[in-house]
Design a protein around this ligand. Structure first.
Ligand code: ADP
Ligand code: ZN
Length: 304
């Protein structure tokens, strides 16, 4: 049997047919058109799924279910999107019910970071780990927590929303109203914002890293070392809270690679409280491409 994985994002929605070994049979991506009503967007996504299925000669009876990954906050008990900042027109939208109009198979909703953590456990960097935390550093920051062989999803599916944990109260006001949230300081969005302010022109987070790591600009070097420092602080917070055997870091900003991983490892070696925590391995996510849709499919194919 097959699962459909659908990763709904603020800019695009990725979807695919995934078999029980995690192989993606076919996939598609469509822009998340925020000028459409969410139901119209779901209708479009559903049609694309039906087209993919037809392409492989599959019927609904060949599906074990549909996994949905979506940005938080959401409410998995109600099968609803709650109030994600980059999906405003979807606030309160009963997304599971909307897909149920098209498909009579089990439909499971979890937040996208949780789904990505599950994908890393299933096929990626956390295979075999019973205790790990997956951190995504991208447009925002989020985490998926896996403990005692199970995902920690929380009462409403919002556990691991570490982007809005305060990491430095002097760090400026976040979209959520708190001061100094992790994602307000260390997300790709935050890096680009700070770099653009410092250089007085639009600078992407990728360019900020390039200027810093090639030592062309002292201000970018300072910015990047500050960001690495705070990712270290966030990591130690997670290690001290959950005592994981492994930290997995993914998301666009993690593409910067070794400098980030070395810096965070160094911080953890110095600052995690317990001797085991200090030696926690910090590794890159393995599933970069298709991680979202594979994670969504994992909600159907794996027990969590
Ligand atoms: P999304 O947030 O939609 O899941 P990504 O995980 O690709 O998408 O994250 C996008 C963020 O990561 C953007 O802020 C972007 O500037 C940043 N980013 C993407 N690639 C890189 C890179 N190679 N180096 C540094 N930052 C990057
Ligand atoms: Zn916040």
């Amino acid at each position: 049997k097959y699962a459909v994985g659908i990763d709904i994002g603020g800019t695009k929605t990725a979807l695919g047919l995934v078999d029980s070994s995690g192989m993606v049979l076919s996939k598609a991506s469509l822009p998340t058109d925020l000028s459409l009503s969410p139901q119209d967007m779901v209708d479009r996504i559903a049609q694309t799924v039906l087209d993919l299925m037809a392409g492989k000669g599959l019927q609904q009876a060949d599906l074990s279910g549909i996994g949905l990954g979506a940005p938080g906050p959401l409410d998995t008990r109600l099968g609803q999107i709650a109030e994600p900042p980059n999906l405003r027109s979807w606030w309160g939208f009963p997304v599971v019910e909307a897909f149920n109009r098209h498909f009579h198979v089990p439909i499971v909703l979890e937040n996208d970071a949780t789904a990505a953590a599950l994908a890393e456990k299933w096929l990626g960097a956390a295979k075999g780990a019973d205790h790990f935390v997956y951190i995504t550093i991208s447009t925002g920051i989020g985490a998926g927590i896996y403990s005692h062989g199970r995902l920690i999803t929380g009462a409403s599916g919002n556990a691991g929303d570490i982007g809005h944990v305060v990491i430095d109260p002097a760090g400026g006001t976040c979209t959520c109203g708190q001061r100094g949230c992790f994602e307000h300081i260390a997300s790709g969005t935050a890096i680009a914002r700070e770099a653009s302010m410092l250089l007085q022109r639009p600078v992407t987070s990728k360019e900020a890293f390039e200027l810093a790591l090639s030592r062309q600009d002292a201000r970018m070097e300072q910015l990047v070392s500050r960001v690495f420092h705070y990712i270290g602080v966030g990591s130690v917070m997670l290690i001290n809270t959950f005592d994981p055997e492994l930290l997995v870091i993914g998301g666009g900003v993690s593409q910067v690679g070794a400098p980030l991983f070395e810096s965070v490892t160094g911080y953890i070696r110095q600052h995690a409280l317990n001797p085991s925590g200090r030696s926690t391995p910090v590794v890159p996510a393995l599933l970069q491409q298709d991680a979202g849709l594979i994670g969504a499919a994992a909600l159907i194919h794996t027990k969590y």
